[in-house]
Design a protein around this ligand. Structure first.
Ligand code: PHE
Length: 326
């Protein structure tokens, strides 16, 4: 075959590689083999050739045409096959499993705690997360000099606005808008400048507040002892350790024995008379107790979690272990 024919073949090969659709192929085909195509043109030259030349040229041209047709048909086939592969749906394959999500362990724990407390007669109320100093500190008898009011411990949004450091601020809001008696629980997020394996800058608390005639420390102990037993589903070794909070008097912390160590799980006490006076509740008529517990702390103890930050990493393999729990 003449040299210019072999280079036509390699040229066609290159062009076919670029083809993405049957339409591209048809264009290429017309370019070489169409009515005015290069090869057709070559056939036209035959009539002026000598008999000897005609034989040679005619043979070569037929081979060239045949090879070109073959290459074109092959590439057309390829394109059609990949198209079919891409659209191919095998309906006999098993379906894709869409796995159901599950509740977050913190939501599960909040549900468990609030459902126990609601059996004890507490009604759920929610407050606001951007608080002012009055509701978060002043009304709760927390003096200006208290370290909690420091910039290092509290996220201030402006001079007077801050991210609430505890749910105790909701006590004030509830007592101001509802008259005594009242029995409320307030689940929600709280914020402190703190971050390590057992502290996160945002965490959840649930506050309990019960104001009525003749409420005393025995009622507080009774509710909390029962609550701990119901929450863990068994008797736990616990102790009430005397403590101090500006808004309760007397105050205590409840500790649980865990792996041989006492761990603090909540603060509590009888609502300080100053707090009741701040919200215009008659301290001669009414008394009450309050407690504030850390949701993450209780969840860590119940589910044996060592690093509190795992709750916020959104690691599906960690979260899916809580599937099915309510
Ligand atoms: N507000 C306290 C804290 O965040 C907890 C607490 C609530 C203590 C109610 C006593 C009474 O640490």
């Amino acid at each position: 075959m003449p040299n210019n024919y072999t280079s036509l073949i390699s040229e066609l090969r290159e062009k076919l590689k670029e083809c993405k659709s049957p339409h591209d192929i048809a264009n290429i085909k017309a370019h070489y083999l169409g009515k005015t195509g290069i090869v057709t043109n070559e056939f036209g030259k035959l009539k002026d050739a000598s008999l000897e030349e005609k034989k040679e040229l005619g043979k070569s041209l037929n081979i060239l045409k045949g090879q070109m047709q073959e290459l074109i048909a092959l590439q057309l086939d390829n394109i059609q096959k990949t198209k079919e592969d891409n659209n191919f749906v095998d309906v006999t394959l098993p379906g894709k499993n869409i796995s159901m999500g599950s509740r977050h362990p913190i939501s599960i724990t909040i549900n468990q705690i609030t459902s126990i407390l609601s059996n004890h007669g507490f009604t759920s109320v929610s407050g606001i997360e951007i608080e002012d100093e009055f509701h978060n500190f002043e009304a709760l008898n927390i003096p200006d000099t208290h370290p909690a009011r420091d910039m290092h411990d509290t996220f201030y949004v402006s001079d007077d606005k801050l991210l609430r450091t505890h749910t105790s601020s909701v006590q004030i809001r509830s007592m101001l808008s509802n008259k005594a008696p009242l029995k409320i629980m307030t689940p929600g997020k709280v914020y402190r400048c703190d971050s390590d394996p057992t502290h996160s800058p945002m965490f959840h608390q649930i506050e309990g507040l019960y104001i009525d005639k003749n409420v005393n420390f025995c009622h507080l102990k009774g509710v909390l002892i029962n609550f701990i037993k119901e929450f863990f589903g068994k008797d736990m070794e616990i102790r009430f350790r005397p403590s101090y909070f500006p808004f309760t008097e007397p105050s205590a912390e409840l500790d649980i024995k865990f792996q041989g160590k006492w761990l603090e799980v909540l603060g509590c006490g009888m609502v300080h008379p100053n707090v009741l006076s701040n919200v215009k509740i008659n301290t001669k008529q009414y008394s009450g107790f309050a407690f504030g517990l850390g949701v993450e702390r209780l969840a860590m103890l119940k589910y044996d979690i060592v690093d509190l930050r795992m709750f916020y990493e959104n690691d599906i393999s960690f979260l899916s272990q809580f599937k099915g729990l309510k």
